[in-house]
Design a protein around this ligand. Structure first.
Ligand code: NAP
Length: 241
């Protein structure tokens, strides 16, 4: 039997890499993305024969179209993990249009484009799993992250709406909202910011990329067949809402 295909965006490092590896363990053929050829080579190195990778810039419509064409040529996609995301943090008064636009385009519009391109294949199979990576701040808000929080609140609304639309087709749509995970993205925070964050985490530690990946793998599995339209917080208790 041909292996099912799982797509993971932004898998050159961090949480995306952990998700790609977890889905390989779940026996998927993983198709992953990076923004550069060197990132693609890095992914190919850890995936080996268990998957492949292509360049993708979610903020660029042509790049999204090319990526989806390359993936669709391999077969129908069963699992889509919209993981790739960026931050452009600054207080609102200093936030430039391009800081707003690039974060919304990458984190939200890019997910819309990819999801739309892979839907037909999932609908034909009458089985599919879409997992969107949000953030704890999508619900909580965070000073200096109006653009990022808007993109993540948007992805949660997108998740619920799609869950309504696709439920009858055997496709579940959920989000995972990580708390503070040690990756390049959080590396940029100051020690003071990290300490302040830690004080509010009941489990008293940052999360590991692998802990997000395990939640995604569960939502992508048959065991999660009756779960849709949910936002699963994986945040050490930082937000219990
Ligand atoms: P990361 O280490 O900064 O990695 C980001 C990934 O996204 C990389 O693979 C990067 O590719 C890719 N990417 C960047 N810009 C892109 C674009 N324009 N088009 C397509 N791909 C692009 O981030 P991370 O911490 O693993 O975060 C992964 C997801 O988790 C994001 O959605 C993030 O918002 C969310 N999240 C993270 C945390 C956390 O604490 N780390 C918390 C909550 C939510 P290149 O390597 O080619 O640049």
């Amino acid at each position: 039997m041909q292996q099912s295909i799982a797509v993971v965006t932004g898998a050159s490092r961090g949480i995306g890499q952990a998700i790609a590896q977890a889905l390989v363990e779940a026996n998927y053929f993983v198709v992953a993305s990076a923004t550069s050829e060197s990132g693609v080579a890095a992914i190919q190195e850890y995936l080996g024969e268990k998957g492949t990778a292509f360049v993708l810039n979610l903020a660029d419509k042509d790049s999204c179209a090319q990526f989806t064409e390359q993936v669709n040529a391999l077969g129908a996609v069963s699992v889509l993990v919209n993981n790739a995301g960026i931050t452009k943090d600054t207080l609102m008064l200093r936030m430039k249009d391009e800081d707003w636009d690039s974060v919304i385009e990458t984190n939200l519009s890019g997910a819309f484009r990819l999801t739309k391109s892979f839907l037909k294949g999932m609908m034909k199979q009458r089985w599919g799993r879409i997992v969107n990576i949000s953030s704890v701040v999508g619900a909580m808000g965070n000073p200096g992250q109006a653009n990022y929080c808007a993109s993540k609140a948007g992805i949660e609304g997108f998740t619920r709406s799609l869950a309504y639309e696709l439920g009858s087709r055997g496709i579940t749509v959920n989000a995972v909202a990580p708390g503070f995970i040690a990756t390049d993205m959080t590396h940029e925070l100051t020690e003071d910011q990290k300490q302040a964050m830690m004080a509010n985490i009941p489990l008293g530690r940052y999360g590991e990329a692998d802990e997000i990946a395990k939640a995604v793998r569960f939502l992508a599995s048959d065991d999660a067949a009756y779960i849709t339209g949910q936002v699963l917080g994986v945040n050490g208790g930082l937000n219990m809402g």
